[in-house]
Design a protein around this ligand. Structure first.
Ligand code: FDM
Length: 212
């Protein structure tokens, strides 16, 4: 059948603190893979274009207030509303580069003091990434880069808590890349791990679900 005869795309997730360089690295990676002739798309969460995404966006801009649990579930719903499209894309051979995913969901909400198990529960059954690349930078270094916008979470003290939450979530399968290296070095390391991962997916690595 179609599924077993054609190879699938890879689900690549980039995670890290604000100002770690995720967004610019996902852009560079997208451009590289696209130019190499791969079928690839660049995604991000929150996806602010949906109805749920607009609620999240207004919360992040401090234009609305929501209970910590409620906003957590909205972030999760925002991933659920994209799940079937995500699966279709992957199965039809498109690789997805995703800027933030469930790990941001758990790291940011548990940094507010919510129970980590409670935070993970609504993510169960979403597609598991084939690769999590964590761009590692200390909250202090990230803050020095400046350019924190005015959004809700963009404060040093909170980012320190998020960094601790990420450490608790990080598992040995994550590819941790030093985000203080020169941009081109990060780009090179990222390409290596991504190409390896895409190869494994082409060779038949099955899609799996959170939490493995
Ligand atoms: N964020 C992002 C969460 O709190 N939970 C989530 O599930 C996701 C995906 O939203 F501060 C936070 C992380 C960040 C903010 O993200 C907006 P971008 O990458 O700056 O758009």
């Amino acid at each position: 059948n179609k599924e077993s005869s054609s190879s699938r795309g890879a689900l690549i997730v980039l995670e890290g603190l604000d100002r770690c360089g995720k967004t610019s690295q996902s852009g560079r990676l997208y451009k590289y893979l696209d130019e190499q002739g791969h079928s690839v798309e660049s995604w991000r969460f929150p996806d602010r274009n949906t109805g749920v995404g607009q609620m999240i966006s207004s919360y992040l801009a401090n234009e609305s207030q929501l209970d910590d649990h409620a906003i957590h579930l909205l972030f999760s719903a925002n991933r659920w509303e994209k799940r079937s499209l995500m699966e279709d894309k992957l199965r039809s051979g498109t690789t997805l580069i995703v800027d933030r995913y469930s790990y941001s969901g758990v790291a940011f909400s548990s940094a507010k003091g919510l129970d980590i198990g409670w935070c993970k529960a609504p993510e169960i059954g979403l597609l598991a990434p084939d690769l999590v690349a964590y761009l590692d930078i200390s909250p202090e270094k990230a803050a020095e880069r400046g350019g924190y916008g005015g959004e809700r979470y963009e404060q040093l003290e909170f980012q320190e808590k998020v960094a601790r939450s990420y450490s608790a979530l990080c598992d040995p399968s994550w590819k941790v890349i030093d985000a203080t290296l020169p941009v081109v070095d990060i780009e090179k390391k990222l390409r290596e791990v991504v190409l390896d991962c895409m190869m494994a997916c082409q060779k038949g690595k099955p899609l799996s679900q959170l939490w493995p």
